[in-house]
Design a protein around this ligand. Structure first.
Ligand SMILES: Nc1ncnc2c1ncn2[C@@H]1O[C@H](COP(=O)(O)OP(=O)(O)OP(=O)(O)O)[C@@H](O)[C@H]1O
Ligand SMILES: [Mg+2]
Length: 240
């Protein structure tokens, strides 16, 4: 089977600091992969390098056999890969509608934009309701939905989502994941999601890559990681 996404010997450096060190993995079409690991492990750097918003020092990134490495974020988005960045990065002073359409200037086909907007509004009815409201007035969960919806506006085949649960109450996190899974089922999306909680990842279901020091140190089903974390907690009282 051909991999949807292939990362080969990827390295990311910030000056002398190596954030990602010779990292490789592949993701199959329609797969859901969680990336976990401690703060500073390189999770965001990995996603940003794949999406083209951080330059890789070394390595090759392929999607469907197409080489993405060396392209900028807009060119990568046009090829069908988009990212929901850590911290959501919505424009609080713009309306919901403006947030969704601000990146579509590069696309000349207005009717396609209208179609994508309709699809996104169907997936997120709350965003249609609040289309004219300022994005800053939305709740945290709604802002996360908006960030996801914005990434969907380029009609991606692969979506990278950096810590969607950050700062949200567990019930709201449930909603965000319900929506992501639903989108995946309906659109056949390939999803790579940074998620710190292995328990959460296990509940949602999928594969998990564990990162440490810019490398992948484990790769398996999320449920195995959750079981291991429970064991650690049982032995060390959660202090580990
Ligand atoms: N723009 C930058 N300039 C310099 N160093 C950076 C930059 N971005 C990240 N780093 C460093 O690179 C390493 C990896 O950071 P990264 O943000 O990718 O990790 P992370 O796993 O996403 O962490 P977190 O869980 O805190 O989001 C860290 O040591 C971090 O301090
Ligand atoms: Mg991060």
């Amino acid at each position: 089977m051909m991999a949807k996404l292939g990362i080969f010997d990827l390295a990311v450096r910030y000056g002398k600091l190596t954030a990602i060190a010779e990292l490789s993995f592949t993701v199959a079409e329609g797969e859901r992969v969680f990336i976990s690991g401690p703060n500073g492990a390189g999770k965001s750097s990995l996603l940003s390098a794949i999406a083209g918003s951080v330059r890789a020092a070394h390595g090759r990134i392929e999607m469907d056999g197409d080489i993405l490495s060396g392209l900028g974020p807009e060119a990568i988005a046009r090829r069908g890969l988009s990212m929901v960045p850590e911290g959501r990065r919505i424009f609080a002073g713009l309306t919901v509608l403006e947030n969704l359409t601000v990146g579509t200037g590069m696309r000349r086909d207005r009717s396609a934009v209208a179609d994508d907007l309709e699809t996104v509004f169907t997936a997120f009815p709350i965003l249609r309701e609040r289309a004219r409201a300022s994005a800053g007035a939305l709740s945290g969960g709604q802002q996360q939905m908006l960030a996801i919806a914005r990434a969907l506006m380029t009609n991606p085949k692969v979506m990278l989502v950096d810590e969607p649960s950050l700062g949200l109450a567990p019930k709201v996190v449930d909603e965000v994941y319900d929506r992501l899974c639903q989108l995946q089922a309906v659109r056949g999306l390939t999803l790579v999601i940074v998620e710190q909680s292995s328990a959460r990842a296990a509940r949602v279901g999928g594969r998990m890559l564990l990162m440490r020091g810019g490398r992948i140190v484990a790769d398996g089903d999320a449920t195995e990681f959750a079981a291991r974390d429970l064991l650690t907690e049982a032995y060390f009282g959660g202090a580990a």
